[in-house]
Design a protein around this ligand. Structure first.
Ligand SMILES: O=P(O)(O)OC[C@H]1O[C@H](OP(=O)(O)OP(=O)(O)O)[C@H](O)[C@@H]1O
Ligand SMILES: O=c1cc[nH]c(=O)[nH]1
Ligand SMILES: [Mg+2]
Length: 209
């Protein structure tokens, strides 16, 4: 079974409280989502392999370490996943970005695909699927299936807030995918919204309603 990791770093938790607050407007919401994504990227990349190098400092030769050149791909689920991309690219600037466009049908809550553009070499990349919200898990599961169908093997999922139902759905379909979240909330309401959650992440990021 893949692991579920709740990233409980105080800075992440503090910023998440501001993100949840209904009084937080779009500008601040966007900045906070970007910052939390950057902090989460630090933990999600913890298992990236290193290799030894020698570096000439001004005073001596140092044995030091650099990343062992793994190729990374970030896959935001449109729209709301876009809000997390820049924060992650600050820490992993060489990552390529693939986009999967999905929206949730408000009646059936099933994901509907409308866009896909991926790096041609996704099979060789460590992929991190990103979306602020993991509600029923339908969108994340569909995106992961989509990537696997195109040869992806090494996939992680990173979300700000998850419902227990969404975690269960992804784990039962994709038991090879580690899930990283900042919080696991109580439940879903009758419209598939996370309670207490933060509302509609896409609408709050982009000022739509
Ligand atoms: O786990 P699920 O039940 O599938 O719900 C989660 C999905 O819902 C939201 O997207 P939405 O459909 O609102 O699209 P948007 O990002 O364009 O607003 C969210 O960003 C996830 O992609
Ligand atoms: O609570 C939720 C559930 C799905 N999508 C959101 O943006 N928020
Ligand atoms: Mg939305």
């Amino acid at each position: 079974m893949a692991k579920l990791q709740v990233l409980d770093h105080p800075l992440i938790q503090h910023k998440l409280s501001l993100i949840r607050d209904e009084k937080t407007g779009s500008k601040e919401f966007r900045e906070l989502v970007e910052e939390v994504a950057m902090l989460m990227a630090y933990e999600v990349t913890r298992d990236f392999p290193l290799q030894e190098v020698e570096v000439q400092t001004p005073v001596a030769l140092a044995k030091s370490k650099v990343l062992a050149g793994r190729k990374v791909g970030l896959v935001p689920i449109l729209r709301a996943g876009l809000g997390m991309v820049d924060g992650m690219l600050r820490l992993i600037p060489a990552a390529r970005v693939g986009h999967v466009g999905l929206y949730r049908d408000p009646e059936t809550l099933s994901p509907v695909e409308y866009y896909c553009k991926l790096p041609s070499d996704i099979a060789e990349r460590d992929l991190i699927v990103i979306d602020p919200m993991l509600a029923t898990g339908g969108s994340a599961s569909a995106a992961i299936t989509f990537l696997k169908d195109r040869g992806a093997k090494n996939i992680k999922l990173m979300c700000l807030i998850a419902a227990p139902e969404g975690i269960q759905a992804v784990q039962s379909k994709h038991d090879d995918v580690d899930i990283f979240v900042a919080a696991v909330d109580e439940r879903l309401n009758d419209h598939g919204y996370i309670i207490p959650g933060l509302g509609d992440a896409g609408d709050r990021l982009f000022g739509t309603k």
